[in-house]
Ligand binder design. Structure first.
Ligand code: GDP
Length: 459
């Protein structure tokens, strides 16, 4: 497909050693050549080579910037179109001047956020699942999330979806031939044949969905709340976690209140610590929000770190909090084990399983490994597998896989009930379409726009 030519600064805004402008489209090389002076003509440069030279203002001949220009001719480029990348000095002013000159060239306009990746998708170089993985790559905040996204960007998961679709389309073809030419009796279109074929596809969907929970956690982090009465050591714990792990603090404005989150990884396990500002501002959780309100605040969390003081008897408020945690994933942190025991452990051991009770001294930084082990056991069925990184992690993919699964289950049920095959055909076809939506085979423009608008400018 052919489009106009787009350009944008592809590196992060701010001061840096270098900044890169990416230009993509039919006018990329010619347009840049008009403002680039070098010993060699840009237009005659071989693909995937770098030229040294200067960006000049063609009206005044003034040299604007000393640059390196990379030429990548389509289809062997990120967008599958002709791409030029201009490496300039990192200053905001310098790069802006160069970009302005590029944009003055005929038929070159500023790219929208995500438009480069969108073109790679529209030009068939990557599928939608891979494009979405590029967003995850940019956003990933832990090594493991990054590795998972890389795998997806390379297309590992896409291939599995495609082969799954192949199984479904073969079944669909059999059914359709049988409907159109009943006299041919192509395969024995018995209900049992359909159930068997659906069964094969269903097994694969199940295998993929099994990774979804862990995949989602790796991608998004475990939403974690640290809860406990005043002075039990919540903010000390938070500080130790954050210091050791270089916390990434993000402001998430919107919804009901502005939540401040800190994103940390505990030995590869990504945790999103919720409402850390609340903990830091006032350590009195019970007084500040009350048990009633803390109940609703806690609803967001996947994991509750409930901190108790080893050096104090159990308090009525502790019991109220424990009530509020019913049915939730809780790790009880018995803190201050460096001090003499005052806490009645029997009562706690009655309420929580021994795997979910961790003894710590935050002050002496003891017991961290125990905390890691407990979280790992709770969310990852033991060890995280470093090698198998094929996870379905994106909510959109998970929901489509579930829909495909339901359609196939409906088909199996219909075949077992002896319902005519035309009815099953509808179910099998929708399974095929749902799977297609995952990789972007059957999606509307508005969904595509929505997905790509999540990108940053220049990507
Ligand atoms: P919060 O109100 O729950 O956030 O508790 P803080 O983190 O502010 O801690 C309250 C007090 O307990 C501070 O003086 C900490 O230094 C102290 N503290 C925290 N953890 C420990 C620990 O493991 N051992 C001892 N002895 N003191 C601790």
């Amino acid at each position: 497909m052919s489009y106009d030519t787009i350009a944008a600064i592809s590196t992060a805004v701010g001061e840096g050693g270098i900044a890169i402008i990416r230009v993509s489209g039919p006018q990329a090389i010619e347009g840049t050549a008009r403002i680039f002076r070098s010993r060699q003509e840009l237009g005659s440069a071989a693909t995937h080579t770098v030229l040294y030279g200067h960006i000049v203002n063609p009206r005044t001949n003034e040299q604007v910037e000393e640059v390196l220009v990379t030429v990548m001719r389509g289809p062997r480029s990120f967008t599958a179109e002709d791409v030029v990348e201009i490496n300039a000095h990192g200053g905001v002013i310098a790069i802006k001047k160069v970009l302005d000159l590029v944009l003055e060239q005929e038929e070159i306009r500023l790219a929208e956020p995500g438009e480069f990746t969108k073109r790679a998708f529209l030009n068939g170089r990557i599928d939608l699942m891979q494009a979405e993985a590029v967003i995850d790559l940019i956003r990933s905040k832990s090594e493991r999330a990054f590795s998972v996204a890389r795998k997806q960007a390379e297309g590992t998961l896409s291939r599995r979806i495609k082969s799954l679709r192949q199984t479904v389309i073969e079944l669909l073809a059999h059914i359709e031939v049988n409907i159109d030419y009943p006299e041919h009796d192509v395969a024995e279109m018995t209900g049992s044949y359909i159930s068997t074929q659906c069964g094969i596809a269903l097994e694969e969907i199940q295998r993929l969905l099994k990774t979804a929970n862990e995949g989602k956690i790796l991608r998004e982090g475990i939403m974690t709340a640290i809860v406990g009465r005043p002075n039990v050591g919540k903010s000390s714990l938070l500080n130790v976690l954050a210091q050791e792990n270089k916390a990434i603090v993000t402001d998430i404005p919107g919804t009901t209140r502005d939540v401040i989150e800190e994103f940390i990884t505990l030995n590869g396990i990504p945790l999103r610590l919720l409402d850390t500002a609340g903990i830091r501002e006032t350590s009195d959780v019970v007084e500040r929000i009350g048990v009633e309100r803390s109940r609703s605040a806690l609803e967001e969390a996947n994991l509750i770190l409930f901190v108790l003081n080893y050096n104090e008897p159990l308090h009525e408020d502790d019991r109220k909090l424990m009530e509020a945690f019913q049915g939730r994933q809780v790790i009880v942190i018995i803190n201050k084990t460096d001090l003499p025991k005052q806490l009645d452990m029997v009562e706690i051991e009655q309420k929580f399983s021994s795997d979910s009770i961790v003894r710590m001294s935050v002050l002496e930084e003891e017991g961290m490994e125990g905390l890691e082990r407990a979280i790992s056991a709770m969310f990852f069925q033991g060890q995280l597998d470093a090698n198998d990184l094929t996870y379905v992690s994106n909510v959109r993919h998970i929901s489509l896989l579930k829909k495909a699964q339901q359609s196939l289950l409906d088909a199996v049920e219909a075949s077992e009930a002896g319902i005519p095959i035309d009815v099953m055909q509808i179910d099998v076809r929708s399974a095929w379409e749902y799977l297609g939506e995952i990789i972007g085979d059957s999606v509307g423009d508005s969904l595509i726009d929505q997905i790509f608008s999540q990108f940053c400018l220049g990507k």
